[in-house]
Design a protein around this ligand. Structure first.
Ligand SMILES: [Zn+2]
Length: 67
């Protein structure tokens, strides 16, 4: 049987998901301005000014889901 230890609490930051979900947001100031890292638009999303953050390992629980 694999019962969770009583001294572990589900991480409040990631809610036990172990990762922080990436978020996408559109910059209102983008307006065609290209950064050096994005000289080429390879998809509509790249050109629309939408900036997405990839999923990252939760820094609070370090990817364990518990603290
Ligand atoms: Zn966490």
């Amino acid at each position: 049987m694999s019962t969770p230890q009583n001294d572990q609490t589900v991480c409040p930051t990631c809610m036990g998901k172990k990762v922080i979900s990436g978020v996408c947001e559109t910059s209102s100031e983008w307006d065609g301005i290209k950064t050096p890292d994005q000289e080429e638009c390879t998809s509509d999303s790249d050109c629309s000014g939408q900036v997405c953050t990839p999923d990252t390992q939760c820094p609070t629980c370090k990817g364990t889901g518990y603290v």
